[in-house]
Design a protein around this ligand. Structure first.
Ligand code: EPU
Length: 419
Protein backbone atom coordinates (compact mmCIF):
# COMPACT_ATOMS: atom_id res chain seq x y z
CA UNK A 1 0.00 0.00 0.00
CA UNK A 2 1.35 3.43 -0.95
CA UNK A 3 2.42 5.91 1.69
CA UNK A 4 2.81 9.66 1.65
CA UNK A 5 6.07 10.90 3.13
CA UNK A 6 6.32 14.52 4.19
CA UNK A 7 9.37 16.39 5.35
CA UNK A 8 7.64 19.02 7.47
CA UNK A 9 8.40 22.64 8.07
CA UNK A 10 8.56 23.96 4.51
CA UNK A 11 6.70 27.22 3.95
CA UNK A 12 4.02 26.99 1.25
CA UNK A 13 3.42 29.68 -1.33
CA UNK A 14 1.95 30.10 -4.80
CA UNK A 15 -1.32 28.85 -6.24
CA UNK A 16 -3.16 25.64 -7.13
CA UNK A 17 -6.36 24.93 -9.06
CA UNK A 18 -9.28 23.21 -7.41
CA UNK A 19 -10.74 20.09 -9.05
CA UNK A 20 -14.42 19.35 -9.67
CA UNK A 21 -16.42 18.37 -6.60
CA UNK A 22 -16.43 14.68 -5.66
CA UNK A 23 -19.70 14.99 -3.78
CA UNK A 24 -21.38 16.70 -6.74
CA UNK A 25 -19.95 14.32 -9.31
CA UNK A 26 -21.13 11.13 -7.57
CA UNK A 27 -24.90 11.82 -7.59
CA UNK A 28 -24.71 13.56 -10.98
CA UNK A 29 -23.03 10.53 -12.55
CA UNK A 30 -25.75 8.35 -10.96
CA UNK A 31 -28.44 10.70 -12.32
CA UNK A 32 -27.39 9.93 -15.91
CA UNK A 33 -29.23 6.62 -15.39
CA UNK A 34 -32.49 8.59 -15.57
CA UNK A 35 -32.30 8.95 -19.35
CA UNK A 36 -31.69 6.69 -22.34
CA UNK A 37 -29.79 9.52 -24.04
CA UNK A 38 -26.06 10.17 -23.66
CA UNK A 39 -24.98 12.79 -21.11
CA UNK A 40 -21.60 14.50 -21.04
CA UNK A 41 -20.21 15.57 -17.69
CA UNK A 42 -17.10 17.75 -17.48
CA UNK A 43 -14.73 18.42 -14.59
CA UNK A 44 -15.27 14.94 -13.16
CA UNK A 45 -12.35 14.52 -10.75
CA UNK A 46 -10.15 11.48 -11.31
CA UNK A 47 -10.65 9.77 -7.95
CA UNK A 48 -11.18 6.21 -6.86
CA UNK A 49 -14.74 7.14 -5.73
CA UNK A 50 -15.72 8.54 -9.14
CA UNK A 51 -14.10 5.53 -10.80
CA UNK A 52 -16.16 3.18 -8.58
CA UNK A 53 -19.28 5.04 -9.57
CA UNK A 54 -18.44 4.63 -13.26
CA UNK A 55 -17.87 0.91 -12.67
CA UNK A 56 -21.29 0.65 -11.04
CA UNK A 57 -22.90 2.44 -14.01
CA UNK A 58 -21.14 0.05 -16.41
CA UNK A 59 -22.31 -2.92 -14.36
CA UNK A 60 -25.87 -1.60 -14.66
CA UNK A 61 -25.48 -1.56 -18.45
CA UNK A 62 -24.39 1.99 -19.23
CA UNK A 63 -21.71 2.73 -21.80
CA UNK A 64 -19.04 4.95 -20.31
CA UNK A 65 -16.33 6.89 -22.10
CA UNK A 66 -13.79 8.92 -20.21
CA UNK A 67 -11.32 11.36 -21.69
CA UNK A 68 -9.49 13.07 -18.87
CA UNK A 69 -12.10 15.02 -16.85
CA UNK A 70 -14.89 14.58 -19.41
CA UNK A 71 -17.15 11.58 -19.07
CA UNK A 72 -19.89 10.55 -21.49
CA UNK A 73 -22.46 8.08 -20.24
CA UNK A 74 -25.13 6.45 -22.36
CA UNK A 75 -27.59 4.37 -20.36
CA UNK A 76 -29.79 3.22 -23.25
CA UNK A 77 -30.74 -0.01 -21.51
CA UNK A 78 -30.17 -0.67 -17.85
CA UNK A 79 -30.53 -3.37 -15.28
CA UNK A 80 -31.85 -2.44 -11.82
CA UNK A 81 -29.66 -4.70 -9.68
CA UNK A 82 -26.38 -3.56 -8.10
CA UNK A 83 -24.91 -6.43 -6.03
CA UNK A 84 -22.60 -6.33 -3.00
CA UNK A 85 -19.43 -6.96 -5.00
CA UNK A 86 -20.07 -3.88 -7.09
CA UNK A 87 -21.24 -1.40 -4.45
CA UNK A 88 -19.47 -2.47 -1.26
CA UNK A 89 -16.41 -0.27 -1.75
CA UNK A 90 -18.22 3.03 -1.59
CA UNK A 91 -21.04 4.15 0.62
CA UNK A 92 -22.12 6.79 -1.88
CA UNK A 93 -23.18 4.01 -4.26
CA UNK A 94 -26.47 4.31 -2.39
CA UNK A 95 -27.24 7.25 -4.69
CA UNK A 96 -28.05 4.91 -7.60
CA UNK A 97 -31.22 3.93 -5.69
CA UNK A 98 -33.14 7.09 -6.58
CA UNK A 99 -32.39 7.04 -10.34
CA UNK A 100 -33.02 3.29 -10.64
CA UNK A 101 -36.35 3.66 -8.88
CA UNK A 102 -37.27 6.65 -11.03
CA UNK A 103 -36.35 5.00 -14.32
CA UNK A 104 -37.07 1.28 -13.72
CA UNK A 105 -39.64 1.64 -10.92
CA UNK A 106 -37.60 -0.95 -9.04
CA UNK A 107 -34.11 -1.29 -7.61
CA UNK A 108 -32.10 -3.89 -5.74
CA UNK A 109 -28.93 -2.47 -4.25
CA UNK A 110 -26.74 -3.99 -1.59
CA UNK A 111 -27.19 -2.18 1.73
CA UNK A 112 -24.18 0.04 2.53
CA UNK A 113 -22.09 -1.29 5.39
CA UNK A 114 -20.73 0.52 8.44
CA UNK A 115 -18.38 3.41 8.06
CA UNK A 116 -15.44 4.54 10.11
CA UNK A 117 -16.92 8.03 10.59
CA UNK A 118 -19.88 6.56 12.50
CA UNK A 119 -23.26 5.00 12.03
CA UNK A 120 -24.60 5.93 8.59
CA UNK A 121 -28.22 4.85 8.31
CA UNK A 122 -30.33 5.35 5.19
CA UNK A 123 -33.72 5.36 6.91
CA UNK A 124 -34.51 8.84 5.57
CA UNK A 125 -33.81 7.80 1.95
CA UNK A 126 -36.17 4.85 2.39
CA UNK A 127 -38.81 6.98 4.11
CA UNK A 128 -38.75 9.27 1.06
CA UNK A 129 -39.14 6.37 -1.40
CA UNK A 130 -42.03 4.95 0.65
CA UNK A 131 -43.76 8.32 0.64
CA UNK A 132 -43.54 8.26 -3.17
CA UNK A 133 -45.45 4.95 -3.12
CA UNK A 134 -42.61 2.42 -3.16
CA UNK A 135 -42.49 -0.77 -1.11
CA UNK A 136 -39.12 -1.25 0.59
CA UNK A 137 -37.70 -4.53 1.91
CA UNK A 138 -34.28 -5.41 3.28
CA UNK A 139 -33.44 -8.99 2.37
CA UNK A 140 -30.12 -10.87 2.32
CA UNK A 141 -28.21 -7.62 2.85
CA UNK A 142 -29.97 -6.00 -0.12
CA UNK A 143 -32.46 -3.18 -0.25
CA UNK A 144 -35.28 -4.05 -2.63
CA UNK A 145 -37.53 -1.26 -3.72
CA UNK A 146 -40.50 -1.64 -5.97
CA UNK A 147 -43.19 0.77 -7.08
CA UNK A 148 -45.65 0.00 -9.86
CA UNK A 149 -46.11 3.77 -9.96
CA UNK A 150 -44.41 6.68 -8.23
CA UNK A 151 -46.71 9.42 -7.02
CA UNK A 152 -45.70 12.89 -5.81
CA UNK A 153 -45.94 13.46 -2.05
CA UNK A 154 -45.01 15.85 0.75
CA UNK A 155 -41.92 14.48 2.51
CA UNK A 156 -40.00 15.78 5.53
CA UNK A 157 -36.39 14.62 5.37
CA UNK A 158 -35.11 15.98 8.67
CA UNK A 159 -33.30 13.42 10.83
CA UNK A 160 -31.75 13.41 14.28
CA UNK A 161 -28.60 15.08 12.93
CA UNK A 162 -30.31 17.48 10.53
CA UNK A 163 -31.09 17.10 6.84
CA UNK A 164 -29.53 14.40 4.66
CA UNK A 165 -27.53 15.31 1.56
CA UNK A 166 -27.62 12.05 -0.41
CA UNK A 167 -31.13 11.34 0.93
CA UNK A 168 -32.31 14.65 -0.56
CA UNK A 169 -30.53 13.79 -3.83
CA UNK A 170 -32.10 10.34 -3.95
CA UNK A 171 -35.64 11.57 -3.39
CA UNK A 172 -35.23 14.38 -5.95
CA UNK A 173 -34.01 11.86 -8.55
CA UNK A 174 -36.87 9.41 -7.94
CA UNK A 175 -39.46 12.22 -7.82
CA UNK A 176 -38.23 13.73 -11.09
CA UNK A 177 -40.07 10.96 -12.97
CA UNK A 178 -43.02 10.53 -10.54
CA UNK A 179 -46.61 11.46 -11.34
CA UNK A 180 -47.53 14.83 -9.83
CA UNK A 181 -45.72 17.16 -7.48
CA UNK A 182 -43.34 16.27 -4.65
CA UNK A 183 -42.45 18.70 -1.89
CA UNK A 184 -39.35 17.97 0.19
CA UNK A 185 -39.30 19.83 3.49
CA UNK A 186 -36.11 20.09 5.55
CA UNK A 187 -34.13 19.36 2.42
CA UNK A 188 -30.34 19.60 2.47
CA UNK A 189 -29.17 23.00 1.15
CA UNK A 190 -25.65 21.99 0.19
CA UNK A 191 -24.25 23.41 -3.10
CA UNK A 192 -23.91 19.79 -4.33
CA UNK A 193 -27.71 19.40 -4.11
CA UNK A 194 -28.10 22.59 -6.15
CA UNK A 195 -25.63 21.28 -8.74
CA UNK A 196 -27.64 18.05 -9.06
CA UNK A 197 -30.92 19.97 -9.42
CA UNK A 198 -29.37 22.21 -12.09
CA UNK A 199 -28.18 19.14 -13.98
CA UNK A 200 -31.60 17.47 -13.74
CA UNK A 201 -33.33 20.67 -14.91
CA UNK A 202 -31.05 20.68 -17.97
CA UNK A 203 -32.27 17.11 -18.58
CA UNK A 204 -35.86 18.40 -18.61
CA UNK A 205 -36.81 17.99 -14.93
CA UNK A 206 -38.89 20.63 -13.16
CA UNK A 207 -37.23 21.32 -9.84
CA UNK A 208 -37.49 24.53 -7.85
CA UNK A 209 -36.08 25.64 -4.53
CA UNK A 210 -32.79 23.72 -4.52
CA UNK A 211 -30.48 25.52 -2.09
CA UNK A 212 -33.39 26.23 0.28
CA UNK A 213 -35.04 24.04 2.90
CA UNK A 214 -38.05 23.33 0.62
CA UNK A 215 -37.60 21.75 -2.79
CA UNK A 216 -40.54 21.30 -5.16
CA UNK A 217 -40.36 18.73 -7.95
CA UNK A 218 -43.00 18.52 -10.61
CA UNK A 219 -42.70 15.06 -12.12
CA UNK A 220 -42.19 14.78 -15.89
CA UNK A 221 -42.71 11.80 -18.23
CA UNK A 222 -39.10 11.51 -19.35
CA UNK A 223 -35.71 13.17 -19.23
CA UNK A 224 -33.26 13.76 -22.06
CA UNK A 225 -29.48 13.91 -22.47
CA UNK A 226 -27.49 17.03 -21.69
CA UNK A 227 -24.04 18.42 -20.84
CA UNK A 228 -22.87 19.74 -17.52
CA UNK A 229 -19.80 21.11 -15.70
CA UNK A 230 -19.34 19.94 -12.11
CA UNK A 231 -18.91 22.74 -9.54
CA UNK A 232 -15.51 23.25 -7.83
CA UNK A 233 -14.82 21.06 -4.81
CA UNK A 234 -15.38 23.29 -1.78
CA UNK A 235 -13.84 20.74 0.60
CA UNK A 236 -10.68 20.38 -1.47
CA UNK A 237 -10.51 24.20 -1.64
CA UNK A 238 -11.03 24.41 2.13
CA UNK A 239 -8.34 21.80 2.75
CA UNK A 240 -5.82 23.84 0.71
CA UNK A 241 -6.84 27.03 2.52
CA UNK A 242 -6.05 25.31 5.81
CA UNK A 243 -2.75 24.09 4.32
CA UNK A 244 -1.99 27.71 3.44
CA UNK A 245 -2.91 28.81 6.95
CA UNK A 246 -1.00 26.08 8.76
CA UNK A 247 2.33 26.74 7.03
CA UNK A 248 1.88 29.24 4.27
CA UNK A 249 3.51 32.52 3.34
CA UNK A 250 0.64 33.25 0.96
CA UNK A 251 -1.38 30.62 -0.89
CA UNK A 252 -4.04 31.19 -3.57
CA UNK A 253 -6.74 28.67 -4.45
CA UNK A 254 -7.92 29.16 -8.03
CA UNK A 255 -10.97 27.93 -9.97
CA UNK A 256 -12.86 27.93 -6.65
CA UNK A 257 -16.35 29.14 -5.82
CA UNK A 258 -15.77 31.56 -2.92
CA UNK A 259 -19.48 31.80 -2.07
CA UNK A 260 -19.42 28.10 -1.11
CA UNK A 261 -16.51 28.69 1.26
CA UNK A 262 -18.00 31.34 3.53
CA UNK A 263 -17.95 29.28 6.74
CA UNK A 264 -14.35 28.15 6.21
CA UNK A 265 -13.25 31.69 5.31
CA UNK A 266 -15.01 33.07 8.41
CA UNK A 267 -13.30 30.47 10.61
CA UNK A 268 -9.86 31.30 9.22
CA UNK A 269 -10.50 35.03 9.57
CA UNK A 270 -11.61 34.49 13.18
CA UNK A 271 -8.28 32.72 13.74
CA UNK A 272 -6.61 35.90 12.52
CA UNK A 273 -5.56 34.91 8.98
CA UNK A 274 -5.78 37.42 6.17
CA UNK A 275 -8.13 36.30 3.39
CA UNK A 276 -8.52 37.92 -0.02
CA UNK A 277 -11.45 36.88 -2.22
CA UNK A 278 -11.70 37.46 -5.95
CA UNK A 279 -14.17 36.22 -8.50
CA UNK A 280 -12.96 32.60 -8.63
CA UNK A 281 -10.06 32.59 -6.21
CA UNK A 282 -9.35 32.83 -2.50
CA UNK A 283 -5.97 33.64 -0.94
CA UNK A 284 -4.84 33.06 2.61
CA UNK A 285 -1.80 34.56 4.31
CA UNK A 286 -0.53 34.99 7.87
CA UNK A 287 -1.35 38.14 9.79
CA UNK A 288 0.50 38.02 13.08
CA UNK A 289 -0.05 35.32 15.69
CA UNK A 290 -2.99 33.01 14.97
CA UNK A 291 -5.80 32.88 17.53
CA UNK A 292 -7.62 29.86 19.00
CA UNK A 293 -11.22 29.18 18.01
CA UNK A 294 -14.38 27.49 19.27
CA UNK A 295 -16.38 26.09 16.41
CA UNK A 296 -19.12 23.55 15.70
CA UNK A 297 -19.95 21.68 12.51
CA UNK A 298 -23.37 22.32 11.01
CA UNK A 299 -25.14 21.56 7.79
CA UNK A 300 -24.58 24.09 4.97
CA UNK A 301 -24.09 27.05 5.18
CA UNK A 302 -22.51 26.24 8.56
CA UNK A 303 -18.99 24.94 9.07
CA UNK A 304 -18.77 21.60 7.18
CA UNK A 305 -18.15 18.30 8.93
CA UNK A 306 -15.89 17.45 5.99
CA UNK A 307 -13.50 20.21 7.19
CA UNK A 308 -13.54 19.31 10.89
CA UNK A 309 -10.43 17.09 10.89
CA UNK A 310 -8.41 19.63 8.88
CA UNK A 311 -9.41 22.38 11.34
CA UNK A 312 -8.28 20.14 14.22
CA UNK A 313 -4.85 19.98 12.55
CA UNK A 314 -4.69 23.77 12.29
CA UNK A 315 -5.85 24.42 15.86
CA UNK A 316 -3.46 21.80 17.25
CA UNK A 317 -0.59 24.23 16.62
CA UNK A 318 -2.46 27.44 17.38
CA UNK A 319 -1.51 28.75 20.82
CA UNK A 320 -4.37 28.78 23.34
CA UNK A 321 -7.47 26.66 24.00
CA UNK A 322 -9.73 25.75 21.10
CA UNK A 323 -12.69 23.41 20.73
CA UNK A 324 -14.52 21.75 17.88
CA UNK A 325 -17.93 20.15 18.30
CA UNK A 326 -19.03 17.65 15.67
CA UNK A 327 -22.80 17.88 15.23
CA UNK A 328 -23.21 15.85 12.02
CA UNK A 329 -21.13 12.70 12.67
CA UNK A 330 -20.44 12.81 16.44
CA UNK A 331 -17.91 9.96 16.23
CA UNK A 332 -15.87 11.41 13.37
CA UNK A 333 -12.64 11.73 15.37
CA UNK A 334 -10.35 8.95 14.15
CA UNK A 335 -7.62 11.53 13.47
CA UNK A 336 -7.37 12.62 17.12
CA UNK A 337 -5.41 9.60 18.36
CA UNK A 338 -3.03 9.83 15.39
CA UNK A 339 -2.44 13.57 15.88
CA UNK A 340 -1.69 12.93 19.54
CA UNK A 341 1.09 10.60 18.35
CA UNK A 342 2.54 13.67 16.64
CA UNK A 343 2.49 15.61 19.92
CA UNK A 344 -0.90 17.33 19.66
CA UNK A 345 -2.71 18.03 22.91
CA UNK A 346 -6.34 17.20 22.35
CA UNK A 347 -8.98 15.31 24.31
CA UNK A 348 -12.43 14.16 23.37
CA UNK A 349 -15.43 14.97 25.54
CA UNK A 350 -18.36 13.35 23.78
CA UNK A 351 -18.64 14.98 20.38
CA UNK A 352 -16.29 17.83 21.35
CA UNK A 353 -12.54 17.89 20.82
CA UNK A 354 -10.77 20.16 23.30
CA UNK A 355 -7.46 21.32 21.89
CA UNK A 356 -4.52 23.01 23.64
CA UNK A 357 -2.31 24.39 20.92
CA UNK A 358 1.35 23.29 21.01
CA UNK A 359 4.26 25.20 19.48
CA UNK A 360 5.44 22.25 17.44
CA UNK A 361 4.23 18.86 16.21
CA UNK A 362 6.76 16.11 15.66
CA UNK A 363 6.75 13.93 12.55
CA UNK A 364 5.70 10.30 13.07
CA UNK A 365 4.38 7.32 11.14
CA UNK A 366 0.58 7.69 11.21
CA UNK A 367 -2.30 5.75 9.78
CA UNK A 368 -5.06 7.22 7.65
CA UNK A 369 -8.50 5.99 8.67
CA UNK A 370 -10.90 7.87 6.42
CA UNK A 371 -10.71 10.47 3.71
CA UNK A 372 -10.80 13.74 5.66
CA UNK A 373 -8.85 12.35 8.64
CA UNK A 374 -6.10 11.40 6.19
CA UNK A 375 -6.04 14.88 4.71
CA UNK A 376 -5.75 16.28 8.24
CA UNK A 377 -2.75 14.05 8.96
CA UNK A 378 -1.06 15.32 5.79
CA UNK A 379 -1.70 18.91 6.97
CA UNK A 380 -0.27 18.10 10.40
CA UNK A 381 2.74 16.51 8.66
CA UNK A 382 3.35 19.70 6.65
CA UNK A 383 3.67 21.61 9.90
CA UNK A 384 5.54 18.99 11.95
CA UNK A 385 9.26 18.90 12.53
CA UNK A 386 10.89 15.93 10.81
CA UNK A 387 9.33 13.21 8.72
CA UNK A 388 5.71 12.09 8.77
CA UNK A 389 4.63 9.01 6.88
CA UNK A 390 0.91 8.65 6.27
CA UNK A 391 0.00 5.08 5.39
CA UNK A 392 -3.20 3.76 3.78
CA UNK A 393 -3.11 6.50 1.17
CA UNK A 394 -6.01 4.90 -0.69
CA UNK A 395 -8.29 6.87 1.64
CA UNK A 396 -6.85 10.11 0.26
CA UNK A 397 -7.14 8.88 -3.33
CA UNK A 398 -10.88 8.46 -2.77
CA UNK A 399 -11.40 12.18 -2.60
CA UNK A 400 -8.35 14.31 -3.46
CA UNK A 401 -7.07 14.54 -7.02
CA UNK A 402 -3.23 14.59 -6.97
CA UNK A 403 -3.04 15.96 -3.40
CA UNK A 404 0.70 15.27 -3.14
CA UNK A 405 1.47 16.87 -6.53
CA UNK A 406 -0.58 19.98 -5.76
CA UNK A 407 1.13 20.41 -2.38
CA UNK A 408 4.51 19.97 -4.09
CA UNK A 409 3.59 22.80 -6.45
CA UNK A 410 3.13 24.97 -3.36
CA UNK A 411 6.61 24.05 -2.12
CA UNK A 412 5.88 21.16 0.24
CA UNK A 413 8.49 18.42 0.47
CA UNK A 414 6.13 15.53 -0.07
CA UNK A 415 6.40 12.29 -2.00
CA UNK A 416 4.34 9.21 -2.64
CA UNK A 417 6.21 6.08 -1.72
CA UNK A 418 5.00 3.13 -3.81
CA UNK A 419 4.54 -0.06 -1.87
N1 EPU B 1 -28.65 10.28 8.47
C1 EPU B 1 -29.69 9.59 9.03
N2 EPU B 1 -30.51 8.86 8.21
C2 EPU B 1 -30.34 8.83 6.86
C3 EPU B 1 -29.28 9.56 6.29
C4 EPU B 1 -28.44 10.28 7.12
O1 EPU B 1 -29.88 9.60 10.24
O2 EPU B 1 -31.14 8.18 6.18
C5 EPU B 1 -27.75 11.07 9.33
C6 EPU B 1 -26.28 10.68 9.19
O3 EPU B 1 -25.97 9.56 9.99
C7 EPU B 1 -25.59 11.94 9.64
C8 EPU B 1 -26.50 13.04 9.08
O4 EPU B 1 -27.78 12.41 8.89
O5 EPU B 1 -25.58 12.04 11.04
C9 EPU B 1 -26.05 13.66 7.77
O6 EPU B 1 -25.75 12.63 6.84
P1 EPU B 1 -25.96 12.82 5.28
O7 EPU B 1 -27.02 11.88 4.82
O8 EPU B 1 -26.16 14.26 4.95
O9 EPU B 1 -24.57 12.30 4.69
P2 EPU B 1 -24.39 11.69 3.26
O10 EPU B 1 -25.35 12.32 2.34
O11 EPU B 1 -24.36 10.22 3.34
C10 EPU B 1 -22.71 13.45 2.33
C11 EPU B 1 -21.28 13.47 1.88
C12 EPU B 1 -20.36 13.32 3.08
C13 EPU B 1 -20.65 14.46 4.05
C14 EPU B 1 -22.14 14.45 4.45
C15 EPU B 1 -22.53 15.61 5.34
C16 EPU B 1 -21.35 12.54 -0.34
C17 EPU B 1 -20.97 11.45 -1.26
N3 EPU B 1 -21.03 12.39 0.95
O12 EPU B 1 -22.90 12.17 2.92
O13 EPU B 1 -19.04 13.45 2.58
O14 EPU B 1 -19.87 14.31 5.21
O15 EPU B 1 -22.95 14.51 3.25
O16 EPU B 1 -22.26 16.81 4.71
O17 EPU B 1 -21.91 13.54 -0.76
C18 EPU B 1 -16.73 13.14 2.54
O18 EPU B 1 -16.72 13.68 1.42
O19 EPU B 1 -15.67 12.90 3.18
C19 EPU B 1 -17.99 12.76 3.14
C20 EPU B 1 -18.10 11.88 4.12
Amino acid sequence: MDKIRIHGGRALSGSIKVSGSKNSALPILAATLLTKDPCTIRRVPDLSDTNYMLQILKHLGAEVERASGTVTIAAAKIDSIAPYDVVRRMRASVCVLGPLLGRCKEATVSMPGGCVIGDRPIDLHLKGFEALGAAVRVEGGNIKIFAPKLKGAVIDLKGKFGPTVLGTDNVIMAAALADGTTVIDDAAQEPEVVDLANFLNKMGAKIEGAGTRRIIIEGVKELHGTEHDIIPDRIEAGTFLVAGAICGKGVTIKRAEPSHLTAVIDALQNCGYRIAVEDKSVSVSPNGAAKPLNIATECYPGFPTDMQAQMCALLSTTRGSSSITENIFPQRYMHVAEMKRMGAHMELEGATARIEGVDQLLGAPVMASDLRASAALVLAGLKAEGITEVSRVYHIDRGYEHLDEKLSELGAEIERVKA
